[in-house]
Design a protein. Structure first.
Length: 382
């Protein structure tokens, strides 16, 4: 993008923000939001949490649900998410209910996300109408945006929490979290719990709850393809955004090299959009097991929980692996200018490794040979 175009875009963004600020203030004054009950933070009857974003975005903030449930054991805690993410919180004991909020903003599932689409959804969608009937005491917009603020107001939620310094809307909130690009996203989400008085915070690591049947099925899949002495390795070469991905040619070369080791058994996993890439990888490494596009999210989680190493892009898979403390090597694509900043926002303190560019230190992504050397040196491979 040229300097002139960047300037025009910046001016557009400033003007749009001013307009949305005015509209939000006007709507806040006009909307008949119920009065706050006495001491709304002490014994809230209900809490609504909006997270209509992508899979990894939901998975990384699941510790917040744990924190709120421990603080408010009798409170109705309801999660508003897209239909695509429901498997992530299946069997989660910390939520009372899920409400589908297939909102057309800040996700890669719904294609139409123009301003007209957004306002049409907020003011005419049956999903939002159902939400407003619930009469929630507290509403949390974890992402923090103008659209989330409008939705919480439309739902007539009297006490609202949002984010300042990211995508707007904090003016309509009673409290807000300050956006910090160097703070891990899950930790930032836990700050909402702190605003509500929570002091005993859970570990900042995703939470997934598998049934004994799901675990048994995952073990069965592994035992059918791997011996007891083989290291169980998962490779997930897909991601929601191609620019985030480590190059496919690099994955092909890396997996071909790894598949020659009798001490490893490699399973490829991913969604239907990753099928073509997986076919190219498996055709060059016939010893791998290709399950891409053949499993549900729950089946993928069970397989991940019983693995011993995960190789993936910056994607939902690194959060799933973190939920079970599985050693993970995240291979960052060319769009990430700083490995350190990526890890500050999305990484974990243990069982987590990443390789990518770094400002002022390294201007190229890692090659397959460098990845192998790193894995050997850090004893990630048996």
């Amino acid at each position: 993008m040229s300097k002139f175009k960047r300037t025009i875009y910046l001016i557009y963004q400033i003007i749009l923000a001013k307009i949305l600020d005015g509209l939000l203030l006007f709507y806040q004054r006009r909307q008949a939001v119920p009065h706050l009950p006495e001491d709304p933070l002490e014994h809230p009857e209900s809490i609504f949490i909006l997270r209509n974003n992508d899979l990894g975005d939901l998975l990384i903030i699941t510790p917040l649900l744990d924190a709120l449930r421990k603080q408010f054991p009798q409170t109705k805690i309801v999660l508003g998410i897209g239909h695509w993410a429901t498997e992530i919180v299946q069997h989660n004991p910390h939520i009372s209910e899920i409400i589908l909020i297939n909102a057309p903003w800040f996700n890669r599932v719904i294609p139409q996300q123009k301003i007209t689409d957004i306002f049409t959804y907020i003011f005419t969608s049956p999903e939002v109408a159902k939400l407003s009937q619930q009469k929630f005491t507290i509403g949390i917009d974890i992402f923090g945006s103008y659209w989330g603020a409008f939705l919480l107001l439309r739902a007539k939620i009297p006490y609202r929490l949002g984010v300042k310094g990211y995508a707007g809307g904090y003016q309509a909130m009673q409290q807000y979290v300050q956006y910090n690009e160097r703070e891990q996203v899950g930790r930032s989400a836990l700050r909402f719990a702190e605003l509500l008085g929570v002091q005993d915070l859970p570990q900042c690591r995703p939470q997934l709850f598998l049934t004994s049947e799901e675990k048994a099925e995952g073990e069965k899949k592994w035992s059918e393809v791997a011996t007891e002495s083989q290291q169980r390795v998962i490779v997930a070469a897909g991601s929601g955004l191609e620019a985030k991905c480590w190059p496919l040619d690099y994955y092909i070369e890396l997996v071909r090299e790894l598949a020659q080791r009798d001490s490893l058994k490699i399973i490829l996993i991913g969604g239907k959009g990753d099928i073509l890439a997986a076919q190219k990888i498996s055709s060059s490494a016939p010893n791998t097991i290709n399950l891409v596009g053949k499993m549900t999210l729950r089946e993928t989680f069970a397989l991940t929980a019983l693995s011993q190493l995960v190789l993936c892009n910056s994607s939902m898979m690194m959060h799933a692996a973190a939920a079970f403390s599985i050693p993970t090597l995240v291979l960052l694509g060319d769009s990430f200018a700083s490995q350190a900043q990526h890890d500050d926002q999305w990484g974990y303190e243990s069982c987590y490794h990443s390789l990518g560019k770094e400002l002022g230190q390294r201007d190229k992504i890692y090659t397959p040979d460098e990845v192998l050397n790193y894995a050997r040196y850090n004893q990630l491979l048996f």
